[in-house]
Structure formats: C-alpha cells, structure tokens
Write a protein of this length. Sequence first.
Length: 334
Amino acid sequence: MVNFKDLGLVNTREMFKKAINGGYAIPAFNFNNMEQMQAIIIASANTKSPVILQVSKGARQYANQTLLRYMAEGAVAYAKELGWEHPQIVLHLDHGDSFELCKSCVDMGFSSVMIDGSSLPYEENIALTKKVVDYAHKYDVTVEAELGVLAGVEDDVVAEESHYTKPEEVIDFSQRSGCDSLAISIGTSHGAYKFKPEQCTRDPKTGKLVPPPLAFDVLHEVEKKLPGFPIVLHGSSSVPQEYVDLIDKYGGNLPNAVGIPEEQLREASKSAVCKINIDSDSRLAYTAGVRETLALHPDYFDPRQYGKVARNYMIDLYKHKITDVLGSDNKLAK
Ligand code: G3H
Ligand code: 13P
Ligand code: ZN
C-alpha cells in the first residue's frame, strides 16, 4: 500500500475549491509516455498552474501501470527541479470501470480516481460509486463520478437530449454516492470527431465546420442544484486546425475533425466546471510534430529528433490551454 502523500502528490479537494471560487478550471491532461509527461510538467511549472495527470485504462495497458505510477512520482521530483517548490500535481485514474481497478490505483499511490458508472442504470451507478468512495476516502483519495452519457460520434441522434445529465438527479446522486466531483454530459464527446458534419454549420468564409453550442442551460441548472460542487467536463479538446492541417499536409488524413470551440471552454471554466479533460489535442500536437519532422528529414531515425519537436508542440499547446483557455496560470498556493 502506497499513500499518494508519500509520493508528494495532492488530491483534488483544495484545488477544486480554489478553482470554483477563483473562476478557473484545472487542466486534466492524459499521458501515456515520457514526452507527454515532460511536456505537461514543463508547461505547468512554467505557468505556475496546478495540474492533473490522468491515466486511462488504455494508458495502463499501453505503458504499464507500475511504470506510470513511478513516472508520476518522478514528475513531482522533476517539477521541483524546474523550480516549482511545492508542486500541486494530482495523479488521477481516468474512466475507471470497476471497483477493483479503482482500488488498485488507490493502493498504488493515485491521489484521485474516477469511477465511470455512467453506462449503468442510475441505482447501480450510485451503488458502485459509493463503494469506491467508501474505500478511497479511507486514504483521503478523492473520487470523480459521472452522470449522463457523453455522446459518441457513432450516435446518430442530432439533439441527443436524452444523453445529457438530468439536473433533477444530481443532488440525490452526489449525496447518496458521496462523490467529490461530478462529470456531466452537456454535449462534449471524446476524440477528434466530436460532431458529424450534418450536426454542424459551415463558416462561409473558411468553409470549416462550426459545431453546435454546448448545453450551457443544463450546466447552469446543475450549478443551481449543487452550489459550489465541483463539476467536470470530459471530451474538451478543441481539435486545433493548425495541427490537423500539419498532419494532413505531411501524409495524414483527418477529414472533418472537429472539437469544442475555445470560447465555450473559456466560459465553462468560469463556472462550477473546475476540471477540464484534454487528451486528443495533445495527440494531435504530438502527431503533427512527428509527421512534420519525419517528412522534412527523411534521413532522421533517432527518436529524440522527432520526439523533441513533438514535445515542444505539446508544451506550447498545454501552456496555451492553461493561460488562454482555462485560466489556471499563477494559481499555485504560496
Ligand atoms: O476518455 C478517454 C481518454 O481520451 C483516454 O483515451 O482510453 O484511448 O487512453 P484512451
Ligand atoms: P478529448 O478526447 O476531447 O481530449 O477528451 C479527453 C477526456 O475526456 C479524457 O477523459
Ligand atoms: Zn473522458
């Protein structure tokens, strides 16, 4: 049993309280390898932003959960080396799908876990979430739950009203499950294809897809029901056109990729939304850097040559998210 405090990590409790009161959101960036982790820590240290390092089940399968855990411990030491005296770094399990997985993460030093019971019937979601909360809280590990289903691009209903979180359920759900934060569904979805072209309009000047707005009315209803309660937004990548263009220019093919416009994420960050999940944008920045470098330098075969470019693209992306979108820069406790 390893406690997160011994690794120099923090849980989300204080971080979220400050974020809600301060009208900004904490970035939750997924990582799967060293370059992503370095970029996240460099960007956070440079901008003085608290940060959540997220590990998905897929990341655990790809990179090995033990290695990722030690990398997070290393991240704290690295942050200090970069001059960040008291790093505020959370190690979080993203989309945990069973009690056993959450328990295993708590036991190996994660400071926060998500139990995603959103696909279960309501009562089963509460029961599973409560079971995780009861275990995690013994070790002061905070728990994120999810209510409402994030629309997938495979879903063919345009309004998808039925997938949104029902505000009338959030009080009962949060009280009975005991969760510390709640991910809600207001129209975001995972990946780089968040909307089908037929759900969007086209900008007459650029011809680019303009997605439908998020359901801010649902978010505001939830805020009214749960004043001061931490809300989480998944699927919050914006799919920057510059990276899509670079990928396409250098041999990729990502037609009609579309994300959440940054103005809407800026607006959400000022609300009770205090954690914003971003994964796909980092994947795009990384891939753009690798493709571009290899296309421009066919003679390169040292992973550091293209890894460095990819890492720099991700550093720029993370800094931009922190300072220009979420507003979490310069928010470290003294
Ligand atoms: O929510 C999904 C995250 O983007 C993680 O994705 O399961 O492919 O690692 P993944
Ligand atoms: P994106 O695919 O929009 O980056 O969402 C990531 C996410 O929600 C991770 O849980
Ligand atoms: Zn997610």
